[in-house]
Design a protein around this ligand. Structure first.
Ligand code: ATP
Ligand code: MG
Length: 484
C-alpha cells in the first residue's frame, strides 16, 4: 500500500505542520537569516526540509538557498556555525554544522538554461523564483524565507503535496532534457514519499527513457539505492519497469516478467520477486531494523538467473537448473556496471548463490556437518541468508508456507544448538595438566584430573581467569582438600 491511497491532505493542516517545524528549528535558523539579511542577502529554507515539514516529518539536514555568492556565504557561516566546509564552491554550496544540525547553503541557480550554450553548467541567479523553477518537482520547489517565514510556492507545490502527486514545475519534457536523472528521481521520490507520478510526467519518462543512458552510472546507482531503501520500493520499481527506464538501468528486472506458458506451469517471477522484497523488508528487524540495501537488493536479484535457465521438460514441468549460480554471475555483472563496491557485490552475489541451499534441508535430514557447512559458507551473510530464504516463500497455500517456516525455525535452532555446544566444547580451564602438576608438585594421576575438573568448573562459572588468580584458586582447592 502507498501513501497515495490515503485521502488528500488538507492545505490548512499542511500550513500548520510547516509552522510547527519552523517553531522547532526557529531558534537555530532565525539568527542565520538575520545575519544574511544584515549583509544584504536573501536566505530561504528550500527543498527536502520544506517538503518534509509539510508532511510532518522532521529534518536535521537543513538546505538553504541564497542570493549570496559562495564566498559571502562562507564568511557568514564561519561567523555562525561550529564548523564550516566547502561542499563544492563551483556549484555554489557551502556546508556547516550548528549543534545537531547540518546546514547546506547554495547560491541561487539562474532561471535560464540553454543546453546548447557554451557557458558553464552552473549559472548563479538572482531570484528565488528562478531558482525554484530549476528544481525537479513542484513539491521540492517550495521555500520559506528566513527570517520572516514567508512560504514561496510559485508552482503549486502545496496542492500537489496535498494530493500526493509528483509534477514538474515546467513541462516534464524540458525538465528531463535538462537532466535525465530526474526521471530516476521521480521513481525514487514515489518510493520514498508514497506519491503517484502525474500522468504527463509518466508519459514523458516513457517517451524519453533512453536518455538515461547519458547519465553516469554512479548517479543512477545513488538514486537506485535510495529507491530500494525507501518505504515503498514497489512503487518506484514498477514505475521504472512500466516506463522502460528499468530496461536501461536494471534490465534483469523487467526480464523476470516471463510470458506465462499456456498451462500456467510456473508463477510470474516478476511479481514473485516484488513480494519477496516486501517480505524481506518485513523481516528487517532481524538485521537491526534499518533499511538494509544488501538484503533488499539480494531479494530483488535472487531469481534473475531464471529467464536464462528456463527449460520446458517433456512431462509438462518447467525447470530452472542452476539459476542460483547463473543468477549470482548476472548480479555481479550488473552491480559492477552500476559501480557498486566489491564488498557490496560480493555480499549480494553470495546471497543469490546460496538462496536455494536450504531447500535440501526439509526432505532428507541434514547431518551436523551439513549444518556447519551452511553456516560456514554463509559466513558474515548468515543472518541475511535467513531473511532471504524465509522471504522467498510466496505460496498462497497457508499450510505449505507454515511447514516451510517451521522447517527453517528448526534449522535455526540447530545452528544455535551446534554453535553453543561447539563453543562449550572449545572451552578449556585456565591451567593445563602440566601446569597443575608443576604447581602442586605432583605426578600424573587422579588428583590431576580432579584439579583440572575443578578449574574447568571455575572457568565456566566465572569466565577466563588470569594466571595468578587461577594459581591461587588451585592452591586453595588443594589445601581445602587435604585438610578435609
Ligand atoms: P533527501 O536528501 O532526503 O534524499 P532531498 O529532497 O533533499 O531528499 P536531494 O537529492 O538532497 O533531495 O536534493 C535537494 C533538493 O535539490 C531537491 O529537493 C530538489 O529541489 C533539488 N534537486 C536535487 N537534484 C536535482 C536535480 N537533478 N534536478 C533538479 N533539482 C534537483
Ligand atoms: Mg537532501
Amino acid at each position: 500500500m502507498s501513501d497515495a491511497s490515503l485521502p488528500p491532505l488538507n492545505v490548512a493542516d499542511v500550513q500548520r505542520s510547516v509552522n510547527a517545524e519552523l517553531d522547532r528549528i526557529g531558534p537555530v535558523i532565525d539568527e542565520l537569516g538575520r545575519r544574511f539579511a544584515a549583509a544584504g542577502h536573501e536566505l530561504a529554507l528550500v527543498g527536502g526540509p520544506v517538503r518534509d515539514a509539510m508532511l510532518g516529518r522532521h529534518h536535521h539536514d537543513l538546505d538553504f538557498t541564497t542570493s549570496a555568492r559562495p564566498d559571502a556565504t562562507e564568511k557568514i557561516l564561519k561567523s555562525w556555525g561550529d564548523a564550516t566546509w566547502d561542499m563544492g564552491r563551483a556549484f555554489g554550496t557551502i556546508g556547516c554544522r550548528k549543534g545537531d544540525y547540518v546546514v547546506e547553503v547554495t547560491t541561487y541557480r539562474s532561471e535560464t538554461y540553454d543546453p546548447s550554450s557554451r557557458k558553464p553548467d552552473v549559472d548563479f541567479g538572482d531570484t528565488l523564483d528562478g531558482d525554484l523553477g530549476r528544481r525537479d518537482f513542484t513539491v521540492n520547489a517550495m521555500a520559506v524565507r528566513i527570517p520572516g517565514r514567508v512560504v514561496e510556492d510559485p508552482y503549486g507545490g502545496v496542492v500537489d503535496l496535498a494530493h500526493r502527486v509528483l509534477r514538474t514545475p515546467g513541462t516534464p519534457e524540458d525538465s528531463f532534457s535538462d537532466d535525465p536523472l530526474r526521471m530516476m528521481r521521480a521513481a525514487r521520490f514515489a518510493a520514498q514519499l508514497g506519491f503517484t507520478v502525474a500522468p504527463e510526467v509518466v508519459a514523458a519518462m516513457t517517451a524519453m527513457a533512453e536518455r538515461i543512458t547519458i547519465i553516469s552510472a554512479e548517479r543512477v546507482r545513488d538514486e537506485l539505492v535510495k529507491l530500494v531503501c525507501a518505504p515503498y520500493p514497489r512503487l518506484g520499481l514498477t514505475l521504472l519497469v512500466d516506463t522502460g527506464l528499468a530496461a536501461h538501468v536494471l534490465p534483469e528486472l523487467p526480464a523476470l516478467a516471463l510470458e506465462r506458458d499456456e498451462h500456467h506451469r510456473h508463477k510470474d517471477v516478476y511479481e514473485h520477486t516484488l513480494t519477496v522484497l516486501e517480505q524481506a523488508i518485513e523481516l528487517e528487524d532481524r538485521l537491526g531494523g534499518e533499511p538494509d540495501f544488501i538484503s533488499r537488493f539480494a531479494a530483488l536479484m535472487h531469481d534473475v538467473g531464471k529467464p536464462r535457465t528456463r527449460r520446458f521438460v517433456d512431462d509438462g514441468t518447467v525447470t530452472f537448473h542452476h539459476h542460483d549460480v547463473v543468477g549470482a554471475k548476472i548480479t555481479r555483472k550488473r552491480m559492477k556496471a552500476l559501480r557498486f563496491s566489491n564488498d557490496e557485490i560480493d555480499a549480494v552475489a553470495h546471497l543469490v548463490e546460496l538462496h536455494l541451499r536450504f531447500h535440501g534441508y526439509g526432505t532428507g535430514e541434514w547431518t551436523d556437518s551439513a549444518v556447519r557447512r551452511y553456516v560456514r559458507d554463509a559466513g558474515d551473510q548468515l543472518e541475511r541468508l535467513h531473511v532471504l530464504t524465509r522471504a522467498d516463500c510466496t505460496t498462497r497455500n497457508k499450510r505449505k508456507a507454515e511447514r516451510l517456516r517451521r522447517t527453517y525455525d528448526d534449522l535455526e535452532e540447530r545452528i544455535a544448538r551446534l554453535s553453543e555446544e561447539e563453543e562449550l566444547a572449545s572451552i578449556r580451564p585456565d591451567l593445563d595438566g602440566n601446569q597443575i602438576m608443576e604447581i602442586l608438585g605432583i605426578g600424573p594421576g587422579r588428583d590431576v584430573g580432579q584439579a583440572y575438573q575443578h578449574l574447568l568448573e571455575l572457568r565456566m562459572d566465572r569466565g577466563p581467569l588470569d594466571e595468578r588468580t587461577a594459581r591461587a584458586e588451585l592452591l586453595a582447592w588443594w589445601k581445602a582438600r587435604q585438610e578435609g
